[in-house]
Design a protein around this ligand. Structure first.
Ligand code: GLP
Length: 241
């Protein structure tokens, strides 16, 4: 894993946007994997600015998001579908039919996961997958202790994740207990991975992730086994290294 320590959140976001844009310049029909959470918001804003400045063209890309709460309607303000359109997709020229998120409204979630995984395969796999990290080391919604081989699946959120994500909902009870998430097996298939990590609260998990030990208790530690990962950290997140 290559790690680059950035001065602050803005520098991390800018550098992250260059990595994504460079992927699109090199391969205009790239398949890009996107992530949600507070961390990539700055990077999406930089990419929108680059698009508006005529520096990058998203018309050929296909997008797959990592995860979605379940059950969750697309129109809910806390759905990842809403997040992505609100902050990114609506402001660039990606084709609507090329945008994919796990379907939080599916009546058969298991089947929806299988279809999602098949669609990624049919599109040729993910060229560049963007990732964030949860305080407990989760990636997407692959929680500590989950199998490292699974593909897109229905998962139960841990109490830790529910508590961490409650800040986006009116109260903790409103946070869905389940999610549809790409598995570590799907994520590890991506050709390149870009992870963004910001803030002091992530410093302890960053330390564990880079410890050299690969363990399902810290899902992010598995990335040590991938041969093309770039981790962009701000100084606060890297303070424990
Ligand atoms: C959620 C998402 C993850 C994300 C994590 C961290 O749980 N499912 O994909 O990485 O939050 O979010 P934040 O960037 O807000 O710390």
């Amino acid at each position: 894993m290559k790690r680059i320590i950035c001065k602050n959140y803005d520098e991390m976001s800018r550098l992250g946007s260059y990595v994504c844009a460079e992927q699109v310049w090199r391969k205009p029909n790239s398949v890009l994997g996107f992530a949600t959470g507070s961390t990539p918001m700055g990077m999406y804003k930089c990419l929108v600015d680059m698009y508006k400045g005529g520096m990058v063209d998203f018309s050929g890309i296909t997008a797959f998001n990592l995860d979605e709460y379940y059950p969750m309607s697309k129109s809910h303000e806390q759905s990842y579908d809403y997040y992505m359109w609100d902050r990114f997709f609506a402001h660039i020229n990606v084709k609507r039919e090329n945008v994919n998120l796990p379907n939080g409204g599916a009546s058969d979630p298991q089947k929806a996961c299988e279809e999602y995984e098949n669609k990624i395969r049919l599109c040729g796999g993910i060229d560049l997958q963007l990732l964030g990290i949860g305080n407990n080391g989760h990636i997407a919604f692959n929680e500590p202790g989950d199998s490292l081989r699974v593909r897109t699946h229905v998962t139960e959120l841990t109490e830790n994740t529910i508590a961490a994500n409650a800040r986006f909902f009116e109260c903790r009870d409103d946070v869905p207990r389940r999610a549809l998430s790409m598995g570590m097996g799907s994520i590890m298939q991506a050709r390149r991975i870009l992870m963004l990590i910001s803030g002091k609260s992530k410093a302890p998990v960053v330390k564990q992730m880079f410890s050299g030990v690969v363990t399902p208790q810290i899902p992010a530690s598995v990335l040590q086994l991938h041969n093309d990962v770039v981790v962009l950290l701000d100084e606060a997140a890297a303070s424990g290294l």
